[in-house]
Every structure is written in structure tokens, then in C-alpha cells.
Ligand binder design. Structure first.
Ligand code: UDP
Length: 350
């Protein structure tokens, strides 16, 4: 049968126009907060998607949404644990073109209490995934990394060349996973490693949102206080910043998902293994975020000023020029957009 080749050499389009062969994207952790938004965005962009998830942190609700919204493009779900090589082998079949890898633990404080859990899941899990990819000859991976790979900022905004000195096991596991991926380039797997700053918000149509238990992140905690009347604890008001509270770079989860679609395109076009910061180039203080939340909610939120939380740097802001220039990425949502969508989700979530 005559055929032409496009992008990746394993993707075949017949002259009839039908796409055959390896065209599916495997999303590990696709039932989780960021993974599910990204799976939805990939399908909106015309990709076929399969999800691998243990459902330890991911939800059946997210899978139901993916299947309901895109019954033709959602190619199924493999339940499994990344720490089990046989589980991930079942998901990385030869019809997979690329992997977008989210499955990981991501709580800083928990990683300090239980580093082994983090190294096993985030590092050994990634090794198992790369092994399965190498065996199935899957040559591209987009990786969910983090600003925690940089550690305490030496300068700000932080660009990709900033020294990498993680100050907690979570950041260390992600940096090690990045390094392992870099070494796999010579063995046929190219990677785009995306370092997220503070991810926030929810699906604009209210289908998906953030569901962590326990919840440690700022915006969901402020909104939870608004919903329940319980006090919101503001950690640290004596930092050397414009109002004494920490500055973070909040990036909307939908903009973040879009960056993964573009990173996949970058790899398909032959892009080399590289890393990209995903943030907005700007920051908001905890007090500013609190004020936006109060404004969106439309009523006072009980607030308690507390001591600093251990391990919080004063300022973390991304220099995102590389992602803009190389991937053509442009974050569009404002902090207010993210908060408004998170609030809509908080009130209606299942
Ligand atoms: N924060 C807070 N109260 C909370 C949760 C977070 O004051 O209940 C502060 C936290 O100390 C930090 C900022 O909000 O300065 C962002 O924290 P988050 O956990 O959302 O993200 P991180 O920057 O730790 O990844």
C-alpha cells in the first residue's frame, strides 16, 4: 500500500488520507488534575489519547469526562502502577507515538517526611516508563517537571540556565528524572521537560478541576475557606517582598495544557531534548491572590496570619522567554480568570 511519512518517522498517512500505525498519545497520570486538563486539550487539538493511571490520586470522574467529551478520540484507560514494570508495559504498546508523563507524587512536605515514597514513584516509575518506551520504540516524551528543580532562587526571574539545587526530595526526584531522560536521547527518546511554576484554575466549561486531599495549595485553600467559613491560614507575612507575603508565578492550567500540545508538536518537528519554564513572567503575593479570591467570591473570607511555612522561598517567578520563542507558547489567562474558574469548580464539583 503506498504511503507518505509525516513528522515522526513512525507516523504513517496513507495516500487515501487515512492515518494508520502509531498515532496515539499515552498520558500517564491522565486522571489527575493537570493530566486530565492536558488529555482534554490534546483531544481538542485532534489527538487520540490513552490514559494510564493508578487512580490513587486521579479520579474516575476525570476519566468519565474524557470519554464523554471525546468518545472517538479517547482510546481507553489502563489502570496500573508505574512502579510495576509490567503495568506500564501493558500501556506502552507499539501504536503509541509519544508519551506525556504526569504520573508522580507532588507534595513537597510529604516528600520531606517520606523521601523513599517519592524516589520510588517518581524516579523508578520514570525509569520503568522509559524502559517500556525503548522496548516499544516510542521516541518522544513530554515531561511534567517543576520549578522545584531550581531550589532557592539565586536570581529572579528564573530562566532555564539558573542553577539547579533542589531543597526537597520532590524537586530532586524531578531533576533526576529530567537527567535520566536527557541520557535517553542517545537511545532514541527525545524529551521536552516542562518546568511548571504555580499551576492554578480549572476547565472553563467546569468539567474538570483540582481535587487534592489533603489540599495544600493556596487558591483552593482560600476558596475552601470561603465555602466553609473556616479560617484561611496565610503563611508568613514578614518576607522581604512588597507586602510581606511570598510572591509566586501563577500559571493557568489551560495555558499549561496548551504548552504540552505545542511541546509535542516541537518534538514531532524534530526538536531536540530540551527544557522549558512554564510561567507568566510575573508574580502575585499571597495577599494579592487572597484579594482576587475575595473579589471573585464577593464576600469576606476569614483570614488568620500565621508563621512562615518551612521551605517557602520569598519569590519564585519564571522567565518564560524560551517557551515563547521555541514553542510559540503564549499564556492567555489572567489570575482572575484562574480564580473565577477554580471558584466555579469548587461550588459544583462532584
Ligand atoms: N500558602 C498560604 N496558605 C495556604 C497555602 C499556601 O499562605 O494554605 C502560601 C504558601 O506559603 C506560599 C504560597 O501560598 O507562599 C503558594 O503556596 P502553594 O502551596 O500554593 O504553592 P508552592 O509555591 O508551595 O508550590
Amino acid at each position: 500500500m503506498p504511503h507518505i511519512l509525516v513528522g515522526n518517522f513512525r507516523r504513517v498517512i496513507l495516500i487515501s488520507g487515512d492515518v494508520v500505525g502509531v498515532t496515539m498519545i499515552l498520558v500517564t497520570g491522565g486522571a489527575g488534575y493537570i493530566g486530565s486538563h492536558c488529555a482534554l486539550k490534546l483531544m481538542e487539538a485532534g489527538e487520540d489519547v490513552k490514559v494510564f493511571d493508578s487512580l490513587e490520586l486521579g479520579t474516575q470522574h476525570a476519566l468519565d469526562v474524557l470519554g464523554r467529551e471525546f468518545p472517538d478520540r479517547f482510546k481507553g484507560f489502563v489502570k496500573g502502577d508505574l512502579k510495576e514494570p509490567e503495568d506500564i508495559r501493558r500501556a506502552v504498546t507499539e501504536d503509541v507515538e509519544a508519551v506525556v508523563h504526569f504520573a508522580a507524587y507532588s507534595q513537597v512536605a510529604e516528600s520531606m517526611r517520606n523521601p523513599r515514597r517519592y524516589y520510588e514513584n517518581n524516579v523508578i516509575g520514570t525509569i520503568n516508563l522509559l524502559g517500556a518506551m525503548a522496548d516499544a520504540r516510542v521516541g518522544m516524551i513530554v515531561f511534567s517537571s517543576t520549578a522545584a528543580t531550581y531550589g532557592e532562587p539565586v536570581y529572579t526571574p528564573i530562566d532555564e540556565k539558573h542553577p539547579k539545587a533542589p531543597i526537597n526530595p520532590y524537586g530532586a526526584t524531578k531533576l533526576i528524572a529530567e537527567r535520566i531522560m536527557q541520557d535517553y536521547e542517545k537511545h532514541g527518546i527525545r524529551s521536552a521537560r516542562l518546568r511548571y511554576f504555580n499551576v492554578a484554575g480549572a476547565d472553563p466549561k467546569g468539567r474538570l478541576g483540582e481535587c487534592h486531599d489533603p489540599e495544600t495549595h493556596l487558591i483552593p485553600n482560600v476558596l475552601k475557606a470561603a465555602g466553609t467559613g473556616k479560617e484561611f491560614s496565610m503563611f508568613g507575612t514578614d518576607y522581604d517582598t512588597r507586602d510581606g507575603t511570598c510572591v509566586r508565578d501563577y500559571i493557568d492550567v489551560n495555558d499549561l495544557a496548551e504548552a504540552h500540545v505545542l511541546a509535542l508538536r516541537y518534538l514531532r518537528n524534530g526538536g531536540r531534548t530540551d527544557c522549558f519554564n512554564l510561567g507568566t513572567n510575573g508574580g502575585s503575593t499571597v495577599r494579592e491572590v487572597f484579594a482576587v479570591c475575595r473579589d471573585v467570591v464577593g464576600e469576606d473570607i476569614p483570614l488568620k496570619e500565621c508563621l512562615r511555612r518551612e521551605g517557602d522561598p520569598a519569590v519564585l517567578v519564571a522567565d518564560n522567554r524560551k517557551a515563547r520563542e521555541v514553542l510559540g507558547w503564549e499564556p492567555k489567562s489572567t489570575l482572575r480568570d484562574s480564580v473565577a474558574r477554580a471558584w466555579a469548580w469548587e461550588r459544583t464539583r462532584p
